[in-house]
Every structure is written in structure tokens, then in C-alpha cells.
Design a protein around this ligand. Structure first.
Ligand code: NAD
Ligand code: DAU
Length: 339
């Protein structure tokens, strides 16, 4: 099978490529990535020499370039991970989110239609469902929960999801969508909560917790997400949405305290800063559908996953230290300087 993976130089796409090439050594993977600030070729260094892997620097909004690549590669499946993914950046500058996340999705699906009704999978997010109240632990996001977004990021992802379902109904494109909860693991860009706190704690810098730190996220080890997507592209029902999550809800403050404990750093590094605008309170996935239909279950517990992740950041300092020495410094100063 030949698979086009977009956004493979990013966190989840990169982990997916590592997982996929190991799990399916006879398949060919072609990665399209624009290499934005969030894309790092060093993430793909371990597979660059693999003869079943090809990297192409390309913007998913570049219709001509995408069509030319499809004509040359003739893929069987397309998995769209490419996106602007950081909520805080979307609050600062929504435009690029609408472009990449919506127009890019349209271009990729147009290419799938043009070159033989190719199987298309959209990597979406639980954020399209908005948030749940903290005082209703009985409520979870199911695939039937109405779309109800909070940020420009989640709105752009929801717009893309609606377009994907419309391409299925209108053109009969064979699509699926996965909506996953928060991922963590290796190669996670250090602007996001867990890698940011690990990097700052190791440098004895303040750990900026938004608001009171009581917002809840439902954390899943990234490899479990990759396995879910692999199952969906092989066995998922066409036209369906699958929620992906492992019932692992945690408050931000408890995650940050755990990281301090694991690294032997004092909790006095924790600094409460101005809250995120429109901050979602709680995400919690009901994964019953993917479990019942496809037999998927998460394999890594949070206790193991967070230890493995912290160890990875300790063992791969050059990967993230290079990132935080570049453009990221300006971003950090702008976002956290006067917060
Ligand atoms: P990321 O920001 O780490 O990586 C995004 C990748 O897409 C980067 O390599 C970037 O260079 C590339 N990219 C951006 N714009 C592009 C364009 N126009 N053309 C080609 N490539 C482009 O993101 P991530 O955290 O790995 O998320 C991947 C996908 O999973 C996204 O669609 C995101 O919405 C979704 N998702 C993420 C999480 C999470 O916890 N991180 C959870 C659920 C869903
Ligand atoms: O739920 C899936 C989503 O998870 C994905 O769709 C997004 O692409 C991904 O970025 C992630 O979004 P979040 O906004 O939940 O992740 P983030 O790591 O930015 O923040 C997690 C929580 O931690 C959130 O409540 C905000 C808080 N936070 C974050 C940062 C960066 C802080 O308290 N301090 C921080 O410095």
C-alpha cells in the first residue's frame, strides 16, 4: 500500500511515520510537509534513509504541487495531519489557521477526487466539541455531541470536518475522521503544556500555568493515537467519525506538579499567569465506538507514558534545545513576557 502522510515533520505525523514504517515494512510512505515553525526534519532523521520513505517539502494549499505529486505517486490512502495546531497562536493570528486547516483540507480532498476517488482520512480533534463543565464528570464527548467550538483553531478544524463529511455525501469520497484528545510523547513541540513544562523545569525557569490550573485535559500517549488511525484506515467504516481517547483526565496543575516531582524540581517554579482567552474547561472522550467496532484500546498508561516522555526529553536534548534557540524565543517572549 502507498500512503501519503501530510504534516509528517510535526509531532503526531512524525510519530505516525515511525510507527507505520515499522509496523508495515512493505508499504511506501510519502510525507508532504511545508516545514513551518512546527515542522522539524530532525524528527524524520531516523527514517530518511529508508527506501520506502520519501519526504517532499510542499504546502498542502499548493494545488498545482499537490496534484503533480499525486500524479507521480498514485497513492492508495491519504492521511491529513498537516495543520496549524496551537490554540494560543490561533488567538493571536487566526488567518493562517483558516488557510492551512480548511483550504489545505479542500486541496487534499480535491486531489483524492481527481486521481481516482482515493481513500482519505482526516486527523481531527476533540476540540471541535467545545468543552464540558467541571462539575459534570458524568458527561463525555461522543461522536453525536454537537460541534460547538471556542477558539479560531477549533473552529478551523470543525470547518474542515464539515467539509470532509460534505465531500463524502456530495462526491462519494471515501473518507473517515478521527477526533482525538490531547496527545503527549516524543517530538512534541515545546510550546505545548507537557514539553514546555519539562523544558522550563530542566532550565529552572518559571512554569507558567494559565488561570488556576484547574482545566482538565484527557491525555493519550501518541503511539496509541497512531495505532487508532492505522486501524481506522484499514477497518473503519467509510463516512464515519471515530473519537479516540483513553479516559485519562487530569488537571493541568496536577500534570505540572507531577513533572516537577519526576525531575526533582521545586513546585516554587510554578507561576500562575493570565488565563487563555476563551479557555476550554474540560475535555473528555467517550471512546466506546472505536473500541466496540474496531477493538481499539490504549496500551500505555499515563504513569508509564509520562516517564517515557520525560526520559525522551532528557535523552534528546539536542532536538528540543535547537528548537527553543530559534524563532521560538521571540514567540515565547511575546506570549509570556508580560503575562
Ligand atoms: P504540529 O503543529 O506538531 O505539526 C503540524 C505539522 O504540519 C508540522 O510539521 C508543519 O510543518 C505541518 N504544516 C503546517 N502547515 C502546513 C501546510 N500548509 N502544508 C504542509 N504542512 C504543513 O501538530 P500535531 O500536534 O502533530 O497535530 C497533528 C494533527 O493532529 C493536527 O491536525 C491537529 O489538529 C491534530 N490533533 C492534535 C492533537 C494534539 O494533542 N497535538 C490532538 C488531536 C488532534
Ligand atoms: O485536545 C486536543 C488538542 O490538544 C489539539 O487539537 C491541539 O492541537 C493541541 O495543541 C492540544 O490543545 P490544548 O490547548 O489542550 O493544548 P496545550 O498544550 O496548548 O494546553 C493544554 C492545557 O494547558 C490547556 O488547558 C492550557 C494549559 N497551558 C498551556 C500552556 C502552553 C498552561 O496552563 N500553560 C501553558 O504555558
Amino acid at each position: 500500500m502507498k500512503v501519503i502522510v501530510t504534516g509528517g515533520a510535526g509531532f503526531i505525523g512524525g510519530n505516525f511515520i515511525h510507527y507505520y514504517l515499522a509496523a508495515h515494512p512493505d508499504d511506501r510512505v510519502v510525507c508532504i510537509d511545508k516545514l513551518t515553525y512546527a515542522g522539524n526534519l530532525s524528527t524524520l532523521a531516523p527514517v530518511m534513509e529508508n527506501e520506502n520513505f520519501r519526504f517532499v517539502k510542499l504546502d498542502i494549499c499548493d494545488r498545482e504541487g499537490v496534484f503533480a505529486l499525486f500524479e507521480e505517486e498514485k497513492p492508495d490512502v491519504v492521511i491529513n495531519f498537516a495543520a496549524e495546531s496551537h490554540v494560543d497562536r490561533s488567538i493571536e493570528n487566526p488567518e493562517i489557521f483558516l488557510r492551512t486547516n480548511i483550504i489545505g483540507t479542500e486541496v487534499m480532498m480535491d486531489a483524492c477526487r481527481r486521481f481516482g476517488n482515493i481513500r482519505y482520512h482526516q486527523v481531527s480533534t476533540d476540540e471541535v466539541y467545545g468543552d464540558l463543565p467541571l462539575d459534570r464528570p458524568d458527561l463525555f464527548f461522543t461522536e453525536e455531541t454537537p460541534i460547538h467550538t471556542s477558539s479560531p483553531y477549533s473552529s478551523s478544524k470543525a470547518g474542515a470536518d464539515l467539509l470532509v463529511l460534505a465531500y463524502h455525501r456530495t462526491y462519494g469520497l471515501p473518507v473517515t475522521i478521527s477526533r482525538c484528545s490531547n496527545n503527549y510523547g516524543p517530538y512534541h513541540f515545546p510550546e505545548k503544556l507537557i514539553p514546555l513544562m519539562i523544558a522550563n523545569a530542566l532550565a529552572d525557569k518559571p512554569l507558567p500555568v494559565y488561570g488556576k490550573g484547574i482545566n482538565v485535559r484527557d491525555w493519550l500517549y501518541v503511539e496509541d493515537h497512531c495505532k487508532a488511525i492505522d486501524l481506522i484506515i484499514r477497518k473503519g467504516r467509510i463516512g464515519e467519525v471515530y473519537n479516540v481517547g483513553g479516559h485519562n483526565e487530569m488537571r493541568n496543575i496536577d500534570i505540572v506538579k507531577l513533572i516537577c516531582k519526576e525531575l526533582g524540581k521545586p513546585e516554587s517554579l510554578i507561576t500562575y499567569v493570565t488565563d487563555r482567552k476563551g479557555h476550554d474547561m474540560r475535555y473528555a472522550i467517550d471512546p466506546a465506538k472505536i473500541h466496540n467496532e474496531l477493538g481499539w484500546l490504549p496500551e500505555t498508561t499515563f504513569a508509564d507514558g509520562i516517564k517515557k516522555t520525560i526520559q525522551w526529553y532528557l535523552d534528546n536534548k539536542e532536538w528540543w534545545q535547537e528548537i527553543i534557540s530559534g524563532e521560538y524565543r521571540n514567540y515565547y517572549e511575546k506570549m509570556y513576557g508580560n503575562r
